[in-house]
Design a protein around this ligand. Structure first.
Ligand code: 13P
Length: 334
């Protein structure tokens, strides 16, 4: 393992003014997104859509540090035969790959999930590296509800995240460690804070036990935020203040960067929250975005599956990327 190189990549992924495009929707998830805009989810439509994003010159060269791909996409070529990975590289962004294989019900823990995909992961990582991937992503899902999460769910998911992270580093790939506490539900921000604190503490404990080098990873957490159905929605400043307090308490300064998921926040909320956090600096780590929905909702709508809308889709994507790039420096104005 070359830790200096892992650290160089991780640091580039969270460079000020830039963040990560999470374009790694599984076939099931992208179908849901396409259904919403009336586009059939065929392999060529998925390719055309992602090619549109990766050819957005302004966004990709100025505001996007890396792109998380799904397995299908990493092997796909653009219409002119150029591998999509090459398009990403030629814009100056780093290709990455989602390597988890989704979730399964956790035995003995009704309503809770464990992320799977460790079997044969070492071999898969080797192939992805050869194709150009320099970082990977694994998402664990923790739900808040009555009597959950259990310590069992937190513990098995943290264990799997650390197993994945160690395998990545051994394969010279930077792991994005993503323990997502869902914002579904009617819990308030303080319950989200408390659960996220337990999840992050357990995750870093497992990372240490399994000898993962913190200097060669990126954390992708949720923000401390009110549940979507909570009657009292915490304002932007409270989300920013509590999220930074929580991260300072749980995330060692050796970690080069933190890149948030958007998790169902609106585009503007996701931007406003990141921006407000940067007003509370200086911070011990790079702090930026790794958004899926909050970067793609607008371009999906503008594109709507029509070739004549490609330029409009790219403008919408570049706009959101620029807004989030500004927010990653605390320079965004609403
Ligand atoms: P959202 O920003 O849409 O939550 O997606 C980010 C992601 O990669 C979730 O795993």
């Amino acid at each position: 393992m070359d830790l200096t190189e892992l650290n160089r990549i991780a640091t580039a992924m969270v460079a000020p003014g830039k963040g990560i495009l999470a374009a790694d929707e599984s076939s099931g998830t992208i179908k849901k997104r396409f259904d919403a805009i009336g586009v059939e989810s065929t392999e060529s439509n998925r390719r055309d859509y992602r090619e549109m994003l990766f050819r957005s010159r302004e966004a990709m060269s100025q505001y996007i540090s890396g792109v998380i791909l799904y397995d299908e996409t990493i092997w796909q070529d653009a219409k002119d035969g150029t591998p999509l990975v090459k398009l990403i590289e030629s814009s100056g962004a780093i290709p990455g790959i989602k390597v988890d294989e989704g979730t399964q019900g956790l035995p003995m823990c009704p309503g809770e999930l464990v992320t799977v995909g460790l079997d044969k992961l070492a071999e898969r990582l080797k192939k992805y590296y050869e194709r150009g991937a320099r970082f990977a992503k694994w998402r664990a899902v923790i739900d808040i509800g009555s009597g959950i999460p259990s310590m069992t769910a937190i513990s098995v998911n943290a264990h799997a995240l650390a197993r994945y992270a160690a395998l990545c580093q051994a394969a010279q790939i930077v792991p994005i460690v993503e323990p997502e506490v869902l914002m579904d539900g009617d819990h308030d921000i303080d319950r989200c804070y408390e659960v996220t604190q337990r999840v992050l503490n357990k995750t870093f404990q497992e990372l240490r036990v399994q000898r993962v080098a913190l200097e060669g990873m990126v954390l992708k957490p949720n923000m401390a935020i009110s549940g979507k159905k909570c009657a009292k929605q915490a304002p932007v400043e409270e989300v920013a203040e509590k999220t930074i307090r929580l991260l300072k308490a749980c995330v060692p300064a050796a970690v080069p960067g933190i890149a948030f998921l958007s998790g169902g926040q609106s585009d503007e909320e996701a931007t406003a929250h990141l921006n407000a956090m940067h007003k509370l600096g200086p911070l011990p780590w790079g702090l930026t975005f790794s958004y899926g929905r909050a970067l793609q909702a607008a371009p999906q709508k503008a594109w709507s599956g029509k070739a004549e809308n490609v330029a409009a889709g790219q403008r919408a994507f570049s706009h959101r990327a620029r807004m989030n790039g500004l927010a990653s420096k605390g320079e965004w104005q609403s």
